[in-house]
Design a protein around this ligand. Structure first.
Ligand code: EPZ
Length: 422
């Protein structure tokens, strides 16, 4: 297993390119199942989760060819020969559940393993099930698998009001509804930019959809979808993560490809903490002078609120802010695993239920710490950038799921980071 060594190395300077969004790519890839013509994605991120999704699609009979070093994914699902998404793949990556809607729409049947829990929560599938049942799917749980079918072979348009604006359930509903017979309306739909990106791609394939980015999406079903080529939207979570590098270590870094509209709530919080954050014509620049970071309160919410996927990283910044910050996590029930690791570095954090109270300390101290999930692991790297001495983050395979070339990107702006195999 690999570890990453980080040593505080003073202010950072330079540029970091931001890759295509993991969470957009993971819903765009299953969209290939909706058409028997080729779907090509460009600006794809080079991540282990993308490889896992490629393996899943291949296990169903689709072809996924990675070109141009992984930046281009040429896919086609001309003849699907298996409609079961196996537990051994789904348990590794919950986003595997995004083949459920497309398979039901294309084939009228699907057997998808329940993902099982993960570090940050139980992550049930009830919202996906009720959303697809609103389109005429019959879904029952047997031996840990969801067995889904459509009486009469074709989904029917329907209206569904979601209890909670689930990102994945919105994506499954929208993809399934593109081929349903008639009109579908999803109320309380999730509004994340990755959903907007998915709809823009589906529209290129011939889908008739309106309202993406709002909480009501309307889909007119069509009989078939064509192929398309689509660039994956830039990754707002990678963007926010690297914006925190100069915020924590000091200096000035430009994040190439960054856009305010993708993470306005996060930008607002960085500015409230006293950072100089500006939009350039090639991205976003974050600058931190000598001044202290001010404590700020943060509450994670569905988009356009503060993203839960940046909560752990923000906590790393607030550990050395002036004063007390309250971080409230409202999306997942167990997403503070990074707190005890940060406390090993001298952070002063008090977790009660869904709120972490962070009392700023002067400086963190490097220590051996352990990654527990994707975003927690990167928050430990960020904390190490300004800590005294060396921080060793183990189990960095978590990182490879969501951050391509992390060591190269941070080293390029002057950070002292190194990956070692043990
Ligand atoms: C997506 O997960 C992202 N993953 C997550 O990013 C992100 O944290 C999450 O949205 C929230 O923004 C991908 O896009 C691949 P949800 P998803 O359905 O779709 C509960 C990362 O770090 N829920 O919006 O699974 C669920 O338990 C990952 O990149 C139900 O109760 O998120 C959670 O508490 C982590 N029943 C909340 O809703 C359901 O049927 C949000 O889940 C579905 C979800």
């Amino acid at each position: 297993m690999d570890s990453i060594l980080v040593k505080g190395n003073g202010p950072l300077k330079g540029q970091i390119p931001i890759a295509g969004a993991k969470n957009a790519c993971l819903t765009l890839m299953p969209a290939t199942l909706l058409s028997d013509e080729p779907l090509t994605l460009t600006n794809a991120p080079r991540l282990s989760d993308i490889k896992t999704m490629s393996a899943l699609l291949a296990s169903l009979g689709a072809e996924v060819t990675s070109l141009n070093g992984g930046l281009v994914l040429a896919m086609s699902s001309h003849n699907l020969n298996n409609l079961t998404a196996d537990y051994d793949i789904v348990r590794k990556m919950r986003a595997s559940n995004l083949v459920l809607g497309p398979l039901l729409a294309r084939e009228g049947r699907a057997i998808v393993s329940l993902p099982g829990g993960c570090a940050i929560g139980a992550r049930p599938m009830d919202l996906h099930i009720s959303a697809l049942e609103a389109l005429g799917a019959e879904i029952e749980l047997k031996d840990g698998y969801l067995h889904a079918k459509v009486a009469g072979g074709r989904l029917k348009g329907g209206v569904h009001n979601m209890r909670f604006a689930s990102v994945g359930a919105t994506e499954n509903f929208v993809m399934a509804a593109t081929l349903a017979k008639g009109t579908s309306v999803l109320k309380n739909a999730a509004r994340e930019p990755e959903i907007v990106d998915l709809v823009q791609c589906l529209r290129k394939m011939g889908a008739q959809i309106e309202g993406e980015g709002t909480s009501e999406i309307t889909i007119q079903g069509v009989d078939r979808l064509n192929g398309a080529t689509h660039p994956v939207v830039v990754d707002r979570i990678e963007l926010g993560t690297y914006m925190l590098a100069p915020a924590i270590a000091g200096g000035e870094v430009e994040l190439i490809g960054g856009r305010f509209d993708l993470i306005q709530a996060f930008v607002d919080k960085l500015q409230a903490a006293g950072l100089d954050v500006s939009e350039t014509d090639t991205g976003i620049t974050v600058k931190r002078g000598g001044g202290d970071i001010k404590a700020v309160d943060v509450k994670t919410e569905v988009y356009p609120g503060f993203p839960t996927d940046l909560q752990a990283q923000m906590m790393a910044l607030l550990c050395t802010a002036q004063g007390v910050s309250n971080l409230e996590e409202t999306i997942f029930e167990n997403r503070f695993m990074h707190a005890p690791e940060l406390m090993r570095m001298g952070a002063n954090i008090d977790v009660h239920g869904g709120v972490a109270k962070v009392t700023g300390v002067k400086k963190l101290k490097g220590a051996p710490v352990m990654a527990t999930d994707l975003r927690a692991s990167v928050s430990l790297i960020l904390a190490g950038l300004a800590a005294e001495g060396e921080t060793k983050v183990s189990r960095v395979y978590h990182l490879d799921r969501g951050y391509e070339k992390l060591v190269e990107k941070l080293s390029a702006v002057g950070a002292n980071v190194e990956r070692i195999s043990e």
